[in-house]
Unconditional design. Structure first.
Length: 453
């Protein structure tokens, strides 16, 4: 069979699975095309090559068309690798063999309407052309931006501009490895490190109340439900520009004590340390009472930063007194926080009668200053609401922790894309979602009115 010839040949294929590391090589599963058409039954093969700059940039994604040249290694050669079991498995999966691809380099990457990628190689060997729609990462992220109802892999497969099966989406989601540092690479160009800013830390619970077999799900307290529910804990750090009055997430960590043994307070401290290494110098760090432990306050002080925090009413101050037992003046009262030192506390009473005790280590703070900082802190609550309601961060039903982590990153990335449009076009995230569906609703109304029965 010509496909299995040991001679260098040119083939056309559709990428089926994304990159998989194996034995220091890169393997991509592809569907082979015969005369530019898929055969029946469908024939598959592996492309195998050494990792280089091309693979680091992750250009290969499922659904793209690939034209390559290489020498084939037929299935019966698997006898030397894994015996009859591996050979029988390959035949049952209609895998013809493995094509060894060598000596390819990136020649050009063009970001056009169809996002074509042209690759040329040394000595006419290796991968020649990779073309088609954007990779699954871009499709998945855009899908989270525009979808306001369904967020499953099946839903994406039904609306994807390039042919994708829901199984391909599921396999891709659990095979990628997106991490919090990828978020920093995404948002760093939008961060003005010279502008006066505030760092805002808070956590939220990604509710999974109907999920019994999803990894990383633990019973935790939800401020939204005012009860303990099942979910995934997410600790966020936002950068708030005091000049432009906008907030951008710069880091996040997932609370999963079973995997790393770290608490939310540990994550909080690590994110502040990393923010300083990245060159962010905030005027103040603000957080809620959950992060008011002495270790956290001393950690912020060690960075040379000012902090503003909410304390519980029963916090022991002035050696042996509860905070709510003190007489606090309108202009603030200096108190001694046991184990820390002298700080200033202000008492704020909300319209519903709730009392908040706002404390800071800033020298001679004013009431108006603390009020402006706490108003800025509210942006993290808005962010939590938007990323849940508009980007489906809670709607992933994948069971593996890796797939859940990847979905969380992509949902945050989708929020950031919507945020950039909000800044440039002055359109809220809710208006952006409405713009997606209103034309379809208008057309459906016309159809139903034209044919009422």
């Amino acid at each position: 069979m010509k496909l299995l010839s040991q001679q260098e040949q040119r083939h056309v294929a559709i990428i089926e699975d994304s990159l998989v590391n194996r034995d220091n090589n890169i393997r991509i599963k592809v569907r082979l095309l015969i005369n530019n058409k898929e055969s029946f039954p469908i024939l598959y093969a592996y492309l195998q090559f050494k990792p280089n700059a091309l693979t680091k940039n992750n250009f290969f994604c499922a659904g793209q068309q690939l034209i390559f040249s290489g020498r084939s290694k037929p299935v019966h050669s698997l006898l030397n690798e894994g015996g009859f079991d591996l050979q029988r498995y390959a035949i049952s999966q209609r895998l013809l063999g493995t094509f060894n691809v060598q000596n390819f380099t990136i020649h050009e990457f063009r970001n056009l309407q169809k996002r074509s990628i042209n690759l040329k190689t040394r000595k006419n060997q290796g991968v020649h052309i990779l073309s088609g729609y954007p990779c699954i990462k871009d499709i998945y992220k855009t899908f989270l931006q525009v979808s306001s109802l369904r967020y499953s892999g099946l839903a994406l497969s039904e609306v994807s501009p390039s042919p994708l099966s829901h199984d391909t989406v599921s396999r891709w989601l659990k095979s990628r490895c997106f991490r919090p540092k990828d978020l920093w690479r995404l948002v760093e160009p939008s961060i003005d490190k010279k502008s006066p800013c505030v760092l805002i830390a808070d956590d939220t619970l990604i509710a999974k109340t109907r999920s019994k077999k999803i990894e990383m799900v633990h019973y935790q307290y939800s401020g939204n439900e005012h009860d303990v529910i099942a979910g995934i804990g997410l600790v966020n750090l936002l950068w708030h520009d005091l000049t432009k009055v906008e907030s951008i997430p710069i880091n996040y960590l997932i609370y999963d004590k079973d995997s790393d043994g770290k608490t939310k307070n540990t994550h909080f401290s690590e994110m502040l340390t990393l923010a300083k290494k990245r060159g962010i110098m905030p005027e103040v760090v603000v957080m809620d009472a959950w992060y008011s432990s002495l270790d956290n306050l001393k950690s912020i002080r060690s960075h040379g930063w000012i902090w503003v925090n909410t304390l519980r009413k029963n916090r022991i101050v002035n050696h042996n007194k509860q905070l709510n037992k003190l007489d606090i003046s309108e202009e603030g009262t200096s108190i001694h926080l046991r184990g820390y030192g002298w700080v200033t506390v202000f008492k704020f009473t909300a319209k519903n009668g709730r009392i908040d005790y706002i404390v800071t280590n800033k020298e001679n703070p004013t009431r108006q200053y603390l009020k402006s900082i706490m108003d800025a802190r509210w942006s993290v609550e808005v962010y939590h609401r938007e990323v849940k309601q508009n980007c489906g961060i809670e709607r992933c039903q994948a069971r593996t922790s890796r797939a859940q982590r990847n979905h969380i990153f992509l949902a945050i990335s989708a929020w950031f894309e919507q945020h950039k449009r909000r800044i440039s076009e002055k359109i809220t995230l809710y208006q952006q979602n409405w713009d997606v569906i209103k034309s379809a609703i208008t057309e459906q109304i016309r159809v139903l009115l034209a044919y009422p029965n």
